[in-house]
Ligand binder design. Structure first.
Ligand code: XIL
Length: 397
């Protein structure tokens, strides 16, 4: 009798697992989680595993593997560049939607969610805008109106098709900037004052009441001293708290997750604590641009495995710390890597003194690295009672 009950339980358990996966378990082919994609495994937790997409790579007929992995391995996509202002409106008043539209269609075909990136940022702005402000032909008042129009136009274009929008990106300085006391930095704060942040969220909400609206930044994976003058995470936390208190429609805080193996790095519980603290404000969280770069020493470049292996190992460990923290906090809705192959990573272009690289989860020939395997095993091994289904906020009015 006892045995019979256990058999029933086992059958139900197998059926439940099978229902959650595309390939049902059969007697001849037992369920093998290691054969599932990161995306499919993420969905068992209600978590989207996504990637930034490079449109040139996606359209390269000579590289079909890029497209195949972008569509099969992830359940969410982000435009690495083609939703940025300089691409969308290179000439004042003339929008060029082709590439962004193409990504949104790609996502739809592959049943992927889209993280919209990015509405307001001080980088990759069109030259007509920065030059116009610099030479005084665009007044402060006109600039604010241009920003309102831009947000409204872009959010409206993709209304109903974007899951999360990065509304404001990288608004806060770093301790190594001048002055070193943390402050609102960059083009928008300088020209409009920090009030542009609240305005931007309100304009985005008015254009698409259903999209989740995010503030997005780097170096906010863990809390430091707790003093907002030198702890960027604390500064962003206080900012978010203030915006929520004023009724500004901010629904989430995205932590980019650009890490390097040469730095201090974090442990899982430190990062978990940070996500939890942000959740306490009633906002969703996400890792939005994860990559973990390493210095390309002469030994690494010469193929010396004694120098390469510890870097690959440390990179994997960092990818894993962020994933485990995300799994452990119900407000963490998505985990997006900033490109999935070293073949197209932005890292070697941006960090060249000293040269850095090896930052993604597949090598240049699309071989999965340790980082990929660690993410996969985190997703396979995580379960209750610590890991629970996601909890998505309703977009804030
Ligand atoms: C990077 C892209 O990956 C590069 O291709 C581009 O040349 C510069 O921007 N934080 C962000 C991203 O929010 O938009 C940046 O993307 C990386 C840092």
């Amino acid at each position: 009798m006892k045995l019979r009950q256990w058999t029933t339980v086992a059958v139900v358990a197998v059926a439940t697992v099978a229902a959650l996966n595309t390939v049902p378990a059969t007697a001849s082919r037992p369920y093998d989680p290691t054969a599932q994609s990161l995306g499919a495994l993420g969905l068992r937790h209600g978590l989207h595993v996504g990637t930034a997409v490079n449109m040139d790579a996606l359209n390269d007929a000579g590289d079909p593997q890029y497209r195949a992995l972008a569509s099969s391995e992830f359940t969410s996509v982000t435009a690495e560049n083609v939703m940025k202002w300089e691409v969308l409106e290179p000439t004042r008043g003339t929008y060029n939607w082709a590439a962004a539209d193409q990504l949104v269609e790609f996502a739809k075909r592959n049943r992927q969610s889209v993280r919209g990136h990015v509405l307001v940022w001080h980088n990759q702005l069109p030259a007509w805008l920065t030059a116009g402000v610099a030479d005084g032909s665009i007044s402060k008042q006109e600039l604010r109106e241009i920003l309102r129009k831009h947000i409204t136009t872009v959010v409206n274009r993709y209304k109903g098709k974007i899951w999360q929008w990065d509304v404001v990106n990288e608004a806060v300085s770093d301790p190594w900037d001048t002055p070193s006391t943390l402050h609102y930095k960059g083009f928008w704060a300088q020209n409009l004052g920090p009030g542009y942040i609240a305005d931007s969220f309100r304009w985005a909400r008015a254009a698409d009441p259903k999209a989740l609206l995010f503030y997005n930044d780097y170096n906010i994976e863990a809390f430091g001293s707790g003093n907002p003058a030198d702890d960027k995470t604390q500064f962003v936390y206080d900012m978010t708290k203030g915006l929520r208190a004023q009724g500004v429609p901010i629904d989430g805080v995205g932590s980019q997750g650009h890490l390097g193996t040469q730095y201090g790095n974090f442990d899982t519980l430190q990062v978990t604590a940070a996500l939890k603290k942000f959740s306490g404000l009633g906002v969703a969280t996400a890792f939005t641009e994860v990559d973990v770069r390493s210095q390309m020493t002469a030994g690494v470049q010469a193929g010396n495995s004694e120098e390469i292996n510890p870097r690959l190992q440390a990179s994997a460990a960092n990818f894993s710390v962020l994933m485990k923290a995300c799994l452990a906090v119900r407000s963490c809705l998505s985990y997006t890597v900033w490109g999935f192959s070293d073949r197209y990573s932005w890292v070697p272009d941006w960090f060249d003194d000293p040269p850095e690289g090896l930052a993604t989860i597949y090598d240049e020939n699309y071989q999965p690295k340790r980082a990929y395997q660690e993410l996969k095993s985190d997703l396979i091994l995580a379960g209750p009672p610590y890991v629970l289904p996601r909890s998505t906020p309703r977009p804030r009015r």
